[in-house]
Design a protein around this ligand. Structure first.
Ligand code: NCD
Length: 336
């Protein structure tokens, strides 16, 4: 019988707010546990008692479909009690602060708090006052660790576990994207050859990051390129990831028009044809089809977008499990 005892015994993080705190062996640990969880999802009955009696609370201050539903499905698959707070109908609308809301949820029994917030860094504040575990479901422009981890899992599943030297092009609104920021950490740690591409106004600051990192500081020694030439970015790529234009985070003036963006940067079948044979197309969703990605590309044989969604449940099960069991290393034997 395989057992998950070893992974849980070596997990050392109380919270997960970004992937920047993870060492490469910890990334691999999460990938291994996610694979076990994926095995559970393939069973006729997908529920295991690992988090029986534990309370997972989701607190989302920003819109979400897949991330929240995915976390809740993951928690239920592990038999946790799930409480879902929608800020639109909670006392947040009466002016309650994040600190008061978190304290209240803790008094109501929250043990793992999965939160999404429009302000970068908000989960760090929550982690300071919350005695349980904080799992970041996306904060402002800053980080989206579970998305980066499910992206990593999906790339390894489709391209093989060793991503060193694989060319990954991320195309779109890099500036406002927490998905891109977390992916930069995990993919450079994996040793991938990373290309960030978009209009110059949506790449601001990235060139300095690239210069700083290409001085040998890149964890896995992948290369790091920043360009507005989409054909150069996607040429011979193993992975092309489209990102949504996040108009809700823009002050204005950063893009001439969505039509022009689509024409210059949209992932069309012609552009995807420049990639390597067997390359995959990814997108974290929600997609604006016809803007950053053409509808036929989104549903083509290259697209692994729905695999990303499905893998998200397994990866979030792994993280909930590791966070819940990491301290005491109990509950472990009940996974199987
Ligand atoms: C992303 C997010 O919310 O950061 N979506 C997601 O979680 N899958 C990307 C986006 O909103 O464009």
């Amino acid at each position: 019988m395989t057992t998950a005892t070893t992974p849980a015994a070596t997990w050392r993080h109380r919270h997960l707010i970004d992937v920047d705190v993870l060492t490469w062996p910890e990334f691999e640990l999460i990938m291994r546990v996610s694979e076990e969880m994926k095995g559970i999802l393939a069973r006729p009955i997908r529920k295991v008692p690992a988090l029986n009696g534990r309370r997972v609370t989701t607190l989302f201050y920003e819109a979400s479909t897949r991330t929240r539903v995915s976390f809740e499905a993951a928690a239920r698959n592990l038999s946790a009690d799930v409480v879902s707070v929608s800020t639109a109908t909670s006392s947040v609308t009466k002016g309650e602060s994040l600190v008061d809301t978190v304290r209240t949820l803790e008094a109501l029994g929250a043990e793992i708090l999965v939160m999404r917030h429009a302000v970068s860094g908000a989960p760090y504040l929550a982690a300071e006052i919350f005695s349980g575990h904080v799992l970041n479901g996306g904060d402002g422009w800053h980080a989206h660790p579970t998305q980066a981890l499910l992206d990593l899992y999906t790339m390894r599943e489709k391209l093989g576990h060793d991503l060193r030297g694989k060319k990954v092009a991320i195309v779109g609104d890099i500036l406002h994207s927490r998905v891109a920021r977390s992916n930069i950490w995990s993919l450079t740690a994996a040793g991938a050859d990373l290309w960030l591409c978009g209009p110059a106004t949506l790449l601001r600051g990235m060139d300095r990051w690239a210069v700083a990192w290409s001085g040998g500081a890149i964890p896995g020694h992948g290369r790091f390129n920043v360009t507005s030439d989409v054909n150069a970015a996607v040429k011979d790529a193993d992975v092309v990831m489209g990102l949504r234009i996040q108009r809700e985070r823009m002050q204005g003036g950063l893009l001439p028009s969505l039509r022009e963006y689509a024409a210059r940067f949209g992932l069309t079948a012609e552009r995807v044809a420049l990639t390597k044979p067997g390359a995959i197309v990814m997108h974290p969703g929600p997609m604006n089809e016809g803007v950053e990605i053409a509808p036929d590309v989104a549903v083509s044989g290259r697209s692994v977008i729905l695999d990303q969604v499905a893998n998200g449940v397994a990866v979030r099960m792994a993280l909930l499990y590791l966070l819940a069991g990491g301290h005491e290393a109990t509950h472990v034997e009940t996974v199987r």
